[in-house]
Design a protein around this ligand. Structure first.
Ligand code: SAM
Length: 617
């Protein structure tokens, strides 16, 4: 590490604050490990992350020393076993950091103590005694963050120890059934050491825990119990407030949330490590790749949302996924291995004209991509279908719906799936394998709020990510919009209307859309570009041949260089004054920006045609 000039720079920054190099060194080492040697996150804002981490540990260690007399703590050299209420012993240690920071706090090593915590009726917290065995650790920098959290652990009355917790002492999300999810994995672990050392941090997320109400279905979608989103207070997974020492900025309605040195009630908190961890990976481990978030020269936090890697059914959407619905001719039962390597394309290629949409290198084929792009960019009148009874218009006015404005008929990719005989590594299974590109969420300088960029060069036709959100009926979406205060900046509905023309009248529960406002993936940060966007959205059939529900996947329209912002055309009609969601002022910077063009010309029927079939705002 010594030879790296960035280490000297780091020491320079911390020395300026009077911190000795030898105390910084282990913290830096640890951060580099946690951040997979990603210096960008550490260097950001004159090594703020490093300084925060250092002070965090210092502060926690002081607290721990002050209060450890309240616990029965057996001290060994470099190891601090913690005994709670006389029954089990939790082995606590902090490898690495203790060496140079002697007063660092006690953090659980071994099995995640949190997953075995329970909130009892009297709001005390119970620790399952079994949890102390084989714990596998969560250090203050979260490099051994637990893979899975047991949401809604059942109370086991016979084998638990109770640590009395004062009201409002630790951030908790409590579900209706007395289960809980602590929102700050690192800190909550350390806080099991001694409750009296906890600051008066308030409860985060009152009422129902939306997470505990999720139901994973057979397929990759997840159902949310209908009531769970109502009145929920989703614990903001990203906006963790900064430590008290630093008075950073205030609430920014455009980009998200309050990020000053206090929590929402003004109490002191020191969640910056969690903040950094979440910034390190907004997906919370839900994707195969980490997706970092940076805000150079700014202290903004992104809007509240819950990261989900797969779509979730909100309530009424009728998404019927069953093997029985997949006819034998709609899958490739007889295949094996990789369908792409077969000399005769299988049944799954039928949808794309008897040829697979993907190349053996996992890219979208040029011809297919071009066809999708031109249909999006220059749709002909023949590409539109008009419903007899349009669900979109019906949702606006059930009694006197207006005439259908038209829906663009789209080309679909069809991927092999579970009823197919091929391997999971088959080349015709790209979107369902999830994100593999290195992406980053960043604050755009042009005033578009947060955006997404690639950290690596992406060849033309690369699958980047899916647009993930709650699956709503259009009726539900419309009700949501009506019920919203109008101040929410971040609404992200996409209508799944790519196949609306192929059937008769669609029932309300079949006319679906995706809303990523509360639950979504990285795609919720991708900004709009009116012309020449480097991504195109393509419908993908995966688990159901019934195309009321499908996946919407983004592919690169050209080679995209590392650090370029990713964009797609939302299809906004900036001229549409009747749309329930007010259009934003477009800063896409394109020479063919439709908003600019619309301002210049009042005669914009061309643009109206252009935006048919797309209605995200
Ligand atoms: C899908 S979100 C994209 C992420 C968003 N920028 C954020 O900070 O969360 C859509 C919102 O981003 C903003 N946005 C997207 N594209 C924009 C553009 N070209 N110009 C201005 N604002 C844009 C608008 O506020 C819009 O409602």
């Amino acid at each position: 590490m010594a030879a790296d000039p960035r280490v000297f720079k780091a020491f320079g920054a911390t020395r300026a604050l009077g911190i000795p190099d030898e105390e910084v060194k282990p913290v830096l080492k640890k951060l580099l490990k946690v951040y997979d040697n990603n210096w960008e996150l550490i260097e950001e804002d004159n090594f703020r992350t490093l300084v925060d981490a250092y002070f965090e540990l210092k502060e926690n260690s002081k607290d721990a020393m002050q209060h450890n007399s309240r616990q029965t703590v057996a001290m060994k050299k470099n190891e601090m076993p913690l005994k709670i209420s006389g029954q089990g012993t939790m082995e606590l240690s902090q490898p690495g950091l203790r060496d140079s920071l002697p007063n660092t706090p006690l953090i659980g090593k071994g099995k995640d103590p949190i997953s075995s915590l329970e909130v009892t009726e009297d709001r005390s917290i119970a620790v399952n005694s079994s949890s102390s065995e084989g714990m596998d650790g969560c250090d203050p920098l979260c490099n051994t963050r637990p893979k899975k959290r047991a949401f809604g652990t059942q109370t086991n009355g016979t084998s638990r120890q109770t640590v009395a917790m004062k009201k409002n002492e630790i951030p908790l999300k409590i579900s209706g059934q007395g289960t809980m999810e602590l929102s700050q994995p690192c800190l909550r672990d350390s806080r099991t050491v001694g409750t009296s050392q906890l600051p008066n941090t308030p409860l985060i997320g009152k009422g129902k825990d939306p997470i505990s109400s999720l139901v994973v279905t057979e397929d990759r979608s997840i159902a949310v119990n209908s009531s769970s989103s109502e009145g929920m207070d989703v614990c903001d997974p990203l906006c963790i407030t900064r430590p008290k020492k630093r008075a950073f900025g205030t609430h920014n309605s455009k980009t998200g949330s309050n990020c000053n040195g206090s929590d929402r009630s003004g109490h002191k908190n020191s969640h910056n490590l969690v903040h950094n961890e979440r910034r390190h990976d907004i997906t919370k481990g839900a994707e195969k790749v980490k997706i970092s978030l940076v805000s150079e020269n700014s202290n903004e936090c992104p809007p509240k949302f819950n990261y989900i890697p797969h779509n979730i059914i909100y309530e009424k959407a009728n998404v019927n996924i069953s093997l029985a619905r997949i006819a034998d001719e709609d899958c490739c039962l007889g295949c094996s291995g990789d369908c792409l390597s077969s000399s005769i394309p299988c049944a799954c290629a039928r949808e794309t004209g008897g040829e697979f949409a993907y190349t053996p290198h996992g890219l979208l084929k040029e011809e297919f991509l071009s066809a999708c792009m031109s249909m999006r960019q220059e749709p002909q009148e023949r590409h539109f279908v008009y419903c007899q009874d349009c669900p979109l218009e019906r949702s606006k006015d059930d009694y006197m719906p207006e005439r259908c404005k038209g829906h663009l008929v789209r080309k679909f990719i069809k991927e092999c799936w579970r009823k197919c005989g091929c391997d999971t590594s088959c080349g015709n299974r790209i979107v369902q394998r999830g994100i593999t590109c290195k992406l980053q969420v960043f604050l755009t300088p042009e005033g578009k709020g947060w955006g997404v960029r690639t950290l690596e060069d992406l060849p033309k036709g690369t699958f980047v990510c899916e647009y993930i959100g709650e699956v709503l009926t259009n009726m539900e979406l419309y009700e949501r919009i009506l019920q919203s205060s109008g101040n929410e900046r971040h609404t992200y509905p996409v209508t799944l209307d790519a196949d609306w023309g192929s059937e008769g009248v669609l029932r309300d529960e079949e006319a679906l859309c995706l809303d990523a406002t509360c639950h979504g993936n990285v795609a919720r940060f991708i900004n709009h570009r009116c012309f020449d966007a480097n991504l195109v959205d393509i419908p993908v059939e995966v688990e159901t041949p019934d195309r009321h529900y499908y996946h919407l996947a983004f592919f690169t329209t050209r080679k995209v260089s590392a650090f370029e912002e990713l964009s797609w055309d939302y299809g906004i009609d900036f001229n549409d004054q009747n749309h329930p969601i007010k259009a934003f002022h477009c800063c896409c910077g394109s020479a063919f920006c439709r908003e600019m063009k619309q301002k210049r010309s009042t005669h914009s029927f061309v643009e109206k045609d252009y935006t048919k079939g797309k209605n995200l705002r």
